[in-house]
Design a protein around this ligand. Structure first.
Ligand code: KG4
Ligand code: ZN
Length: 342
């Protein structure tokens, strides 16, 4: 018989994240207390290919996941008998990579006779802010900026989301990665541009701010093309100046639209989430915007912005409380969407 059927502040979740190129395991209590969080990055394996190679990612997850789970339990100072539920990211992501985490989580849940739940990776990014600051009050506006997604979401309450805006083409992280690749800065592109831009002039080139005054949707593919065209025309331009001017154009639009979104719904706070939320200039300008609006600002720590299993453990706890456990027949969903009201 399964041990825990009710989920409360003492519920301990073992969470697993394998949707892309980070192998993560974490132990989280009551949705807010991170007892451990271990992330093993595969960046070195993929860097020479200039991006994530799905087959390599799946195999690397298989190799390293057992060690990462062991470390998470050891770091938390508990053994498996204290785990009340097991969770894994079940989408969106690379199908082979997702299946590694989902299969491991279901096998552990079955063996330990505890509930299993699959977690939506995008929903988990929304919870990074709340995980680090449980005093945030609703309604919140979350700017979710990752490698595959760029969305502005109004969060009325736990589990209640309204889509305010999204990218109509490339995601912000994708723009960083593509521009970095074009500039020869390697993979992943976001941190590379973030670094080199510190020595560049953000006003050197006036790149377009697409759709700046036009609703709450985003578009980044024109900006990417404009960077490419500019560099082809001016091959001697300083790469640092291009990087600094490019990232300023991205950040200006992200911050302007987040500000407008917060005003339009009378948000009590603005929250950043997703890998691009680790970006230095975005964090600075986002915090300044919150200051101008006089509302709370949530900038999760950089480790919580990029992919990790602690945010999966937090989202899992809220889902277990609202919906209960999932059947072990549940699979993985590479194209899973966030359940939003549009
Ligand atoms: O959330 P995430 O780790 O994975 C996905 O769910 O996609 O986001 C990865 C994205 C990549 O595009 C990466 O270049 C970007 O986040 N990123 C950054 C920074 N760190 C990671 N972008 C800008 N500045 C950073 N410091
Ligand atoms: Zn992510």
């Amino acid at each position: 018989m399964t041990r825990t059927r009710t989920f409360d502040a003492s519920t301990v979740v073992l969470a697993i994240e394998t949707s892309c190129d980070e192998t993560g395991a974490a132990v989280v209590m009551g949705g807010t207390e991170v007892l451990s969080s271990v992330v093993s990055s595969q960046i070195d394996l993929h860097a020479r290919f200039g991006g994530v190679v799905p087959e390599i990612a799946s195999r690397a997850h298989v190799d390293i996941l057992p060690t990462v789970i062991d470390r998470a339990l050891t770091d938390a100072g508990i053994d498996s008998s204290r785990i009340d539920a097991v969770a894994a990211t079940h989408g969106p992501g690379l199908i082979g990579a997702l299946l590694v985490g989902v299969s491991a989580a279901k096998a552990l849940a079955f063996t330990w006779d505890v509930p299993y739940t699959g977690v939506n990776h995008l929903e988990a990014h929304l919870y990074a802010g709340l995980l680090e600051d449980a005093t945030l009050e609703f309604p919140l506006v979350v700017l979710l900026v990752s490698g595959g997604h760029t969305m502005l979401i109004e969060m009325h309450d736990i589990g209640q989301y309204r889509l305010l805006g999204r990218t109509i083409d490339d995601a912000a992280g994708e723009a960083f990665d593509k521009v970095a690749r074009f500039l020869g800065l390697g993979y992943p592109g976001g941190p590379a541009i973030d670094r080199i831009a510190t020595s560049g002039n953000p006003d050197a080139i006036d790149f377009p701010r697409a759709m700046l005054h036009d609703g709450l949707d985003f578009s980044f593919s024109g900006l990417k093309t404009s960077v490419i065209n500019f560099v082809r025309k001016h091959p001697d331009v300083s790469t640092a100046d291009v990087a600094a001017s490019f990232q300023k154009a991205v950040v200006d639009v992200l911050v302007a639209k987040s500000t407008r979104a917060a005003e339009s719904v009378n948000a009590r706070g603005l929250v950043l989430g997703g890998g691009v939320a680790a970006h230095t200039l975005l964090r600075r300008d986002f915090a300044e915007a919150c200051g101008r609006l006089d509302i709370r600002c949530s900038l999760p720590s950089r480790a919580m912005c990029t992919d990790n299993a602690a945010m999966i453990g937090a989202a899992a706890w809220y889902r277990l409380r609202s919906d209960g456990a999932m059947s072990l027949d549940t699979g993985a969903f590479p194209n899973l969407r966030l359940a939003v009201v549009e």
